[in-house]
Design a protein around this ligand. Structure first.
Ligand SMILES: [Zn+2]
Length: 367
């Protein structure tokens, strides 16, 4: 399994031009609008090219792994996989409020799973130290039997099951989900799994039916390893970075062999869906801190997998911020982010963090 690669590049960027073209929302406004569309990826790739990221000697561009359909079966039922395939072959349709299927959805959603697998495989094999999968549709809401919240297949869950099943990778894995929304799909897959720790910071948004409460701590062998840090709308950069007060001592104790970041950027201040106030420097600082932490506990094995994030203007800066942090390079945020954002919920975030730490103390002695 562990191949010694000829070229050791620092950062693998996994993507494909198809993500910037396919699975385009079928109807124009006002009957149906989706912020989850191909321009999310095409704008990012164009910008990264302009910044000469792919020419950087420490960057290796990787293709999604071309997986067999049977690999999807590790995380999804035959019936569900066949449904997506069938609806795609019939030209597409709307599954529910937010989930659309087009004629190429099955192809691109399968490719997204292959992208997440490649991102994880490339760091397990040592081909690269860190990776970033720029893929879509996102995956963290998808369930075994059901598409949900813009997600078709659960890219990260599928990738974890893939390396376990195909590569016999049985090590402990931590997932840190920074998407604005609670990754209910991911939480369910690993709720009882002692070898996968799921941490999510998310805006609490009960109106939309999201849960992700603090006392959802996992079950049986997985008790204490499902960790939810719900935050109020309006958090700013320094509120977001408080996640390390919880994550750092827990990961130092859990000692995963790899950290996967469910990388949603919808806490960005200009995001049309999220209600938080982060700017791209928050993601730079987050990745810098996490890189340091991962170097201390798991040889820097760190995979970022794109989830949500719908500000077409902001997404490219958020992605670049993380890439620059992983490359140990400086990052200069765009001038338009240099505005003062009201900081009104910090006390509330402190209280939530303190309560969460109290709830977790029975399971983690380092807290
Ligand atoms: Zn989201």
């Amino acid at each position: 399994m562990m191949n010694i690669m000829k070229h050791k590049s620092k950062l693998g960027i996994v993507t494909d031009g198809a993500f910037g073209l396919m699975h385009d929302p079928p109807y124009s406004k006002p009957s149906f609008i989706s912020f989850e569309n191909p321009s999310r990826i095409s704008h990012v790739i164009t910008y990264l090219k302009k910044q000469n990221i792919f020419e950087n000697g420490n960057v290796l561009r990787l293709e999604p792994l071309d997986i067999n359909e049977s690999a999807l079966n590790l995380a999804h039922s035959h019936y569900y996989i066949d449904s997506i395939k069938r609806i795609s072959s019939l030209g597409g349709g709307l599954l529910e409020d937010e989930v659309f299927v087009t004629e190429d959805t099955f192809t691109i959603a399968k490719m997204a799973v292959g992208g997440a697998i490649q991102a994880i495989l490339s760091i397990i094999s040592g081909e690269v130290n860190q990776s970033f999968a720029l893929i879509r549709p996102p995956g963290h809401h998808a369930l075994r039997e059901k598409a949900s919240g813009l997600c078709i297949f659960n890219n990260i869950a599928n990738a974890i099951y893939y390396v376990r099943d195909y590569m016999n990778y049985q090590e402990k894995i931590a997932i840190i989900d920074i998407d604005d929304h609670f990754g209910d799909g991911l939480a369910r897959y690993f709720y009882e799994d002692p070898n996968v720790l799921y941490f999510s910071i998310h805006e609490y948004d009960f109106e939309m039916g999201d849960v992700g409460l603090m006392d959802e701590l996992g079950a049986s062998e997985g008790l204490g390893k499902n960790i939810n840090f719900p935050v109020p709308p309006g958090i700013v950069n320094q509120d977001f970075l408080k996640l390390f007060d919880v994550v750092k001592p827990i990961l130092q104790e859990f000692r995963p062999s790899m950290i996967i970041v469910a990388t949603g950027f919808d806490m960005y201040f200009a995001d049309p869906i999220g209600n938080c106030q982060l700017t791209s420097i928050a993601y730079y600082q987050f990745a810098k801190n996490l890189l340091k932490l991962s170097e201390d506990i798991c040889d820097g094995k760190l995979a970022f997998i794109l989830e949500g994030g719908y500000s077409i203007i902001g997404l490219k800066y958020c992605v670049l911020a993380i890439i620059k942090a992983l490359l140990n390079e400086t990052y200069n945020p765009p001038e338009f982010e240099n505005i003062s954002l009201p900081n009104v919920v910090s006390n509330e975030v402190d209280k939530i963090r303190n309560t969460l730490i109290k709830l977790l103390t029975p399971y983690w002695r380092n807290l």
